[in-house]
Write a protein that binds this ligand. Structure first.
Ligand SMILES: Cc1cc2nc3c(=O)[nH]c(=O)nc-3n(C[C@H](O)[C@H](O)[C@H](O)COP(=O)(O)OP(=O)(O)OC[C@H]3O[C@@H](n4cnc5c(N)ncnc54)[C@H](O)[C@@H]3O)c2cc1C
Length: 303
């Protein structure tokens, strides 16, 4: 119930304006967001690298309504790749298609993705296309497949809460696509997504067991100790090396677990979001966990 309300609020422009202009809530966003500037994000990536972790940088933004905003986002992503190279960081990039103009025109968006992917390829780096709500799933999978026919430096994300994900995994694997597996962060109806957590988790394990032995390098994105233990078991049963996949976690979430996995010799990549448009991302993080909402409310009431 609380999750649904928070996810609904994450789409409200009025509430977004109130939250993002309030100095207390802006301060609190730092719990999950590295900062508003690229310099701050690069500094967070440097700290990850120093702690033995990899990074992926995300310039926050989604559902832009003008081509000019979409082009600004594309330029920002190209700059991120330039700076990662210049500063010799071990990091790649994650982006959202609705930030690059998917709502305006799929062809325009594809051109934008291609130009970012080409810059990634020039540096032998990698661009991950985040997965958004289910109304975009088909278009996202199609676009990733088309861009991959021109440059293989692009990967996809699959959400285990969607019924369709098993067939999307098979489809993307047939294109040699690298996949990030996550549970899914959006509000979805029972028509498209498993309503119960047990089914989402069971599907996560099932998809992970398809991905890991597939011969491609995938990202297992979760903070759930049960999913992590199942992945470690699957790797050991199938003789898959610790270097042949990576765990991925969000900036500011379960840093203890991040460190433990690094200590145990696993590759861990941290998803580092930055930028001024942090509101929807922040709300999705609050919705994931009642404790995060309590942290927010406690600090807000104290301020
Ligand atoms: C690197 C990365 C990239 C992602 N990309 C996408 C994407 O492209 N599209 C998409 O829909 N979703 C994405 N997600 C979000 C994902 O779908 C889940 O919403 C989120 O990861 C929570 O699921 P979980 O697997 O951690 O398990 P859950 O079952 O939600 O949580 C398991 C345990 O993890 C801990 N935990 C989880 N979330 C939090 C939190 N916010 N704060 C503190 N502790 C927490 C708690 O201990 C909890 O009990 C991504 C997640 C990661 C880690």
């Amino acid at each position: 119930m609380v999750r649904s309300i928070l996810l609904k609020l994450s789409e409200s422009k009025g509430f977004a304006h109130w939250v993002t202009t309030n100095s207390s809530t802006r301060r609190m966003s730092h719990r999950f967001v590295a900062g508003e500037t690229l310099d701050e994000a690069l500094q967070a990536a440097r700290q990850c690298n120093d702690a033995g972790m990899l990074a992926t940088l995300d310039y926050l933004g989604e559902n832009v309504s003008t081509a000019a905003d979409a082009q600004k986002a594309r330029d920002a992503y190209i700059e991120i790749f330039d700076r990662i190279f210049k500063e010799k960081l071990n990091a790649n990039v994650s982006c959202k298609l609705t930030q690059l103009g998917l709502d305006l025109s799929p062809e325009f968006c594809e051109g934008q993705v291609l130009s970012i992917a080409e810059r990634a390829a020039a540096y032998d780096n990698f661009l991950r296309i985040d997965m958004e709500s289910s109304i975009y799933t088909q278009r996202t999978v199609e676009l990733v497949k088309r861009v991959r026919t021109q440059t293989p430096t692009v990967g996809a994300v699959i959400q285990s809460y969607l019924y369709r994900s098993e067939s999307d995994v098979q489809d993307l694997l047939s294109y040699g696509c690298r996949i990030r597996l996550c549970k899914g962060a959006y509000k979805e109806s029972e028509e498209v997504a498993f309503p119960g957590k047990a089914d989402v988790d069971a599907n996560y394990v099932k998809l992970m067991r398809t991905l890991l032995p597939s011969g491609f390098y995938h990202g297992i994105a979760t903070h759930d100790p049960k999913m992590i233990a199942a992945t470690i078991r699957c790797a050991s049963e199938n003789d898959i090396s610790k270097d042949d996949f990576e765990f991925q976690m969000l900036y500011g979430v379960r840093t203890d677990l991040q460190r433990r996995l690094v200590h145990d010799g696993y590759r861990v990549r941290i998803y580092i979001p930055y930028g001024r448009d942090w509101f929807p991302y922040f709300m999705r993080r609050l919705a994931e966990r009642p404790a995060n909402l309590m942290f927010f409310l406690r600090n807000f009431l104290r301020s």
